[in-house]
Design a binder for this molecule. Structure first.
Ligand code: PSV
Ligand code: MN
Ligand code: MN
Length: 399
């Protein structure tokens, strides 16, 4: 058996986390937006911020992009890809925007209106092509589709429209592309969401084709739902495509990963490590992505906190003694089985992770290292000036 330090090094070496472009710019809740002086204004700023996070952590080489928020019709995707490359990162998942346009009032691919469905499908296909130009692997689909009142539309007709659209979209994928199908049980549709849970995403992805898999956004579940069980089932069916990391207290809160319930994230990672251990150390291909847009915390700090928490919980979960767990389970020893998880969860992995960072030429603590660079202050000064020149609403800072 390898030592804890060796285990931590081994698992962190292949653990990559994608940061979201929308996590670097000013976003808000439906109640308002609190501007931050250092927030990214445009895609160039977002790429620079993502590259900065990667430089500090060494594990965030890709940035997810949101079409319409990042790419306008005139944007040259190849230029964007080479800009990213010049900063040492690349464009990660492409997220179509299927909820912003007026035409999507009653849904996108699930809409009763053919015009809306056609526009949505064409947009997804455009995003698949965009992914081919930028060299991205995943096209990540989240739909705001659903209905708000009983009787508003036929639930089964909407299901069929989804199946047809995703099957058609799948036909446009290149061999190395994947289609990730996210689910969400509520909001903005409140009576019924078309892809409300993992089962609906699973079936829709299966019908779309072999390159479509399920995306688990940790915030998109009912309270107290056992997410690790969903993960275990998806792993077993080879249908787990990726994650959107965040934490929540009530709903889709998009709080920092592990800020509310780190043990939940640990248990998810445990299922993944256990699955790999049973396969002789062969890990499934999973896209680990962050889906958080911090409205109150400084954005880069929140991103670094998230990445470090993900690494910490991933490392801890790798320390579960699988042999001891199996032996305890075989004896029906519930207490010892549970203790195998608790022991790993309670292990302090700070030094092990610091040693891993040192071996990559990284500082022990990315957050402290970030503060020492003065990056945020420089960005705040430069971006505030640019905002004024551009006539963009400026921030009111209490800091
Ligand atoms: C909306 O719920 C959402 O947070 C989804 O999780 C998407 O993945 C994300 O927005 C980006 O469109
Ligand atoms: Mn998401
Ligand atoms: Mn969400």
């Amino acid at each position: 058996m390898s030592s804890p330090t060796e285990t931590i090094h081994r698992v962190l070496d292949s653990f990559r986390i994608e940061t979201p472009s929308w996590g670097y710019s000013d976003t808000g809740t439906r109640f308002g937006k609190f501007h931050q002086p250092a927030a990214a204004i445009d895609l160039d700023d977002k790429l620079a911020d993502a590259a900065h996070v990667h430089r500090l952590t060494g594990c965030c080489p890709t940035v997810a992009t949101h079409v319409l928020w990042d790419f306008s019709p005139g944007t040259d995707a190849a230029v964007v890809a080479s800009k990213a490359a010049s900063l040492g990162i690349s464009i990660g998942s492409i997220n179509p925007n299927l909820f912003q346009d007026q035409i999507y009032k009653l849904g996108s691919v699930g809409s009763p209106f053919e015009m809306a469905r056609d526009q949505a499908l064409a947009h997804i296909i455009d995003c698949i092509k965009l992914g081919q130009v930028t060299g991205s692997k995943a096209v990540s689909l989240w739909f705001a589709d659903g209905t708000n009142y009983p009787g508003q539309d036929s639930i089964r007709a909407r299901k069929h429209r989804f199946e047809a659209a995703l099957k058609e979209a799948h036909g446009h994928l290149a061999k190395d592309q994947i289609l990730l199908v996210e689910y969400k049980p509520f909001e903005p549709a409140f009576y019924q969401t078309d892809l409300a849970d993992w089962g609906m995403s699973f079936l829709t992805a299966k019908k779309a084709g072999p390159q479509a898999k399920v995306l688990v956004d940790t915030g998109h579940h009912y309270l107290s739902q056992n997410i690790e069980q969903i993960v275990a089932w998806l792993l077993d069916e080879d249908m787990l495509g990726g994650f959107h990391f965040n934490d929540r207290r009530y709903a889709d809160d998009d709080l920092t990963l592990g800020s509310i319930d780190p043990y939940q994230i640990f248990r998810i990672f445990h299922e993944i490590h256990l699955f790999a251990w049973e396969r002789g150390g062969l890990y499934p291909e999973i896209e680990y992505m962050i889906d958080q847009s911090h409205n109150l915390k400084p954005k880069i700090e929140a991103m670094l906190q998230t990445v470090c928490t993900a690494q910490e919980l991933y490392a801890k979960a790798a320390l579960v003694d699988h042999e001891a767990l199996l032996a305890a389970q075989k004896k029906g020893n519930i207490v010892d089985s549970e203790l195998c998880l608790k022991k790993a969860f309670n292990t302090d992995v700070t030094d092990g992770i610091a040693a891993w960072r040192a071996s990559k030429g990284l500082e022990a603590d990315p957050l402290i290292a970030h503060r020492a660079t003065g990056y945020a202050e420089k960005a705040a000064a430069e971006r505030s000036k640019r905002r004024q020149e551009l006539g963009i609403a400026t921030e009111h800072s209490y800091a």
